[in-house]
Every structure is written in C-alpha cells, then in structure tokens.
Design a protein around this ligand. Structure first.
Ligand SMILES: [Fe+2]
Ligand SMILES: [Fe+2]
Length: 165
C-alpha cells in the first residue's frame, strides 16, 4: 500500500481546483451572455478576469512545488456547471432566469471557497508560506464575489424574478 501523506492530498487537491478553474473560466462568458440584468452581467465579466488570475496563481503554486501544472477531473464542478447550464436552458428568457443563474454561480463560488480554504490550511501545516499567501489572495476574491452576488440577489435580482409578469 502506497504511503500517501498530506503532501499527496495537497497536490491532488491543487489539481482538482486547477481543473475546476479552467472549466469555470469557460463557463463565465456563457453566464455573462445569458444574464439579463446589467449588473449581474458585469459581475460575471469581472469574475472571469479574476478567474484568469486564479489560474495563473495556481500555475505559480505548481512551480513553487516543482510540479507540472496538471488538472485532474473534478466531478463536483462538472456537476455544478451542468446544473447551471440546465437552469439557463430551462429558464431562458423568463423572469426567473437571472435568479437561477446567480444561484448557480454562488454554488460555484462556494465550491471554490471550500477548496481554497482547505488548501490554505494544508499549506500552513506543510510550511508552504509563500503558497499560503497566494491561495489566500484567491480565497478572498472568491468570498468577495460570493458577497457581491448575495447583494445583487437581495437588492434586485430575486425581486425581479418574483414580480415580472
Ligand atoms: Fe476562482
Ligand atoms: Fe470564483
């Protein structure tokens, strides 16, 4: 039996989020195009740019570990994004559409927050100080995005979904 340690878990989970980020960066433009609300559209566009940086930061982390950046299929993000596309198709053009895709986007952010939170904690334990700082930057942006989406939902998007006739 192979002697797997926290180092292996850390590396495998980095590969998981690397795969996830690269799928997310492709999904965000679709969500931006699909959004009716201008602010929601802008939020998706802004986060697409941040996501490009998240990918670059992960490449930097792999480099610091002397590893080749290589993704590993993440069924969780595949499922979350598939559900998002399903909402977009099912609710396309209806008043509920934006509330639906906003919720799908928050599921993505929560997945990322979970992963980056864990990775940061493991990096601390493993003494990868530089990597802790890199992961923390991304973690903060994911949390801010999640908060911004909550604000949009509660300030206008949910009400629009409810009211429009
Ligand atoms: Fe990200
Ligand atoms: Fe994100």
């Amino acid at each position: 039996m192979a002697n797997k340690t926290l180092d292996d878990l850390f590396y495998d989970t980095l590969r998981d989020i690397y795969y996830a980020e690269r799928r997310i960066v492709k999904a965000l433009p679709k969500m931006a195009r699909g959004a009716q609300d201008e602010k929601l559209k802008k939020a998706f566009e802004k986060h697409k740019e941040q996501t490009e940086e998240h990918i670059e930061r992960l490449q930097e982390v792999f480099e610091l570990l002397d590893k080749r950046p290589r993704g590993k299929t993440c069924q969780a993000i595949d499922g979350i994004l598939d559900e998002g596309e399903e909402v977009l198709e099912t609710y396309k053009g209806t008043p509920a559409q934006d509330a639906g895709i906003l919720a799908a986007a928050q599921a993505v952010e929560h997945y990322e927050i979970s992963r980056y939170g864990t990775l940061k904690t493991w990096a601390e334990r493993l003494g990868h100080d530089k990597i802790v700082k890199i992961l923390d930057k991304t973690l903060k942006e994911e949390s801010q995005t999640d908060e911004a989406l909550t604000k949009l939902a509660t300030s206008q998007v949910n009400a629009n979904a409810q009211d429009a006739a």
